[in-house]
Design a protein around this ligand. Structure first.
Ligand SMILES: C[S@@+](CC[C@H](N)C(=O)[O-])C[C@H]1O[C@@H](n2cnc3c(N)ncnc32)[C@H](O)[C@@H]1O
Ligand code: SF4
Ligand code: SF4
Ligand code: SF4
Length: 395
């Protein structure tokens, strides 16, 4: 730890090797803060790397798992005026690498989705599209190939048709047929992109299908699988969850023979944590992510991007209030990203400086815990967050 001495005016100099290592300009801006009596300097840098855009809250399905059984949100599309504000903001965030078109809705139902993807691609950024795969017609598949979308994540929550249907209320065959066509088009054009991934929400009713998920992945030429636990937005889903407070049996999946035809990519399967633990790490914040909702409101993560109810790890019902740090209609993404409140909040999350509700003696009777607030004046609090536990995952 280098020792820094203030001069007679109370000024100090940040050591040169630190600036070099962090590639910081000598004249960078910082927010000066205090945490538990310590002095904290927060960087104020335009260093967002991943941008999630919720182009719509509408959907062509009504899956049993979905937040739409619990949330307060209109069924609506992002306007092109709001999308244009995002585009206008992009030069202010020069480290942005990837835009993820998904959130809580089906991006392929937005009538201008291809214009949106094309506009992002024109900035040279990678694009991930998360979809239920039902609307992936030949025309749509050709368009995604033409636009060089980098990654297509398709949700498949069952390998046996009846299991998939029991979660999604639609037929698995539709999706498999579309993905076959998608692969044919890629082969015909001779391209690797978009690579294909599967997202699988593990439930009691579909956990045995995980034993066959890698075979299915190989069959449809997918090169990655993300298995997540369910965030229980309803009593029905609370009864379906597999994880617990205490360690439970890990999920069993088949091995992956890595026979992925995706041009040299090995198959990767990510599994979620199955119980509450002391390590808490928010992938949204650690990956420098930013989420823009359908109405232009800017949140740090999916968890805070809507108001909804869900059941916490010990079964208490929480009522989450949306928490955003700005509105793209009023300020640029960089202004919002570097604002005092958002910078401080990300720093609190990185340090995971929140009260530990999970092992608090009064957690069963604490009113604050019924919302997303907590003691120490925390609002919002990440204490109960299942994403921070890696119990719930997303691309
Ligand atoms: C909300 S959807 C939006 C994209 C698209 N409509 C789809 O279903 O793929 C994003 C991802 O969240 C998953 N998901 C849905 N409900 C969930 C829940 N309760 N807990 C965890 N993930 C969930 C979906 O399966 C999907 O893979
Ligand atoms: S397809 Fe996606 S957004 Fe639509 S209901 Fe299912 S999980 Fe929700
Ligand atoms: S918010 Fe409530 S449950 Fe959480 S640590 Fe504080 S007193 Fe305990
Ligand atoms: S820990 Fe959870 S609530 Fe907090 S920022 Fe991360 S995802 Fe959002």
């Amino acid at each position: 730890m280098p020792k820094i001495t203030t001069n007679s005016q109370g000024q100090f100099t940040i050591p040169e090797d630190f600036l070099l290592r962090r590639r910081l300009e000598p004249q960078a801006e910082y927010w000066l803060d205090e945490r538990d009596g310590d002095l904290v300097l927060h960087f104020s840098l335009p260093d967002a790397k991943k941008l999630y855009i919720e182009v719509t809250t509408a959907c062509n399905l009504n899956c049993h798992t979905c937040i739409r059984h619990s949330w307060v949100a209109p069924n609506t599309h992002m306007s092109m005026d709001i999308f244009q504000k995002i585009l206008d903001s992009l030069p202010g965030l020069p480290q942005l690498e990837r835009v993820v078109f998904t959130s809580f809705g089906e991006p392929l139902v937005h009538p201008r989705i291809f214009d949106m993807i094309a506009a992002i691609r024109a900035f040279g950024m990678d694009v991930t599209l998360g979809s239920n795969g039902i609307l992936l017609s030949e025309k749509v598949a050709r368009k995604l190939v033409e636009l060089e979308v980098d990654l297509l994540m398709v949700s498949i929550d069952g390998v046996k048709p009846e299991v998939y249907e029991d979660v999604r209320d639609t037929q698995l065959d539709n999706v498999l047929h579309n993905l076959k066509l998608f692969n044919q088009i890629k082969e015909e054009i001779g391209t690797r992109k978009p690579t294909l991934g599967i997202e699988f929400v593990a439930l009691k009713k579909n956990k045995d299908d995980l034993l066959d998920i890698t075979d299915l992945a190989t069959e449809i030429n997918a090169s990655q699988i993300i298995v997540t636990n369910v965030l229980p937005y309803s009593e029905e889903m609370n009864a379906e969850k597999l994880y617990g407070y205490q360690p439970v049996e890990p999920l069993k999946t088949s091995r992956w023979p890595a026979k992925s035809n995706s041009w040299g990519r090995w198959g990767v399967i990510e599994l979620p944590r199955m119980h509450f633990g002391s390590e808490q790490r928010c992938r949204f914040v650690h990956n420098n992510s930013i989420v823009v909702g359908w109405d232009g409101e800017v949140a740090p993560c999916y968890a805070l991007s809507h108001s909804y109810e869900y059941y916490a790890i010990d079964g208490i019902k929480k009522s989450v209030q949306r928490h955003t740090f700005g509105d793209i209609k009023k300020n640029s993404l960089a202004e919002i990203w570097m604002s005092e409140d958002f910078v401080r909040y990300r720093s609190e999350v990185r340090a995971f400086h929140f009260p530990s509700c999970a092992d608090c003696d009064i957690r069963d009777t604490c009113d604050l815990r019924l919302t997303n607030e907590a003691c120490w004046g925390m609002n919002p609090s990440c204490s109960d967050c299942l994403w921070a536990q890696d119990i719930v995952k997303c691309p």
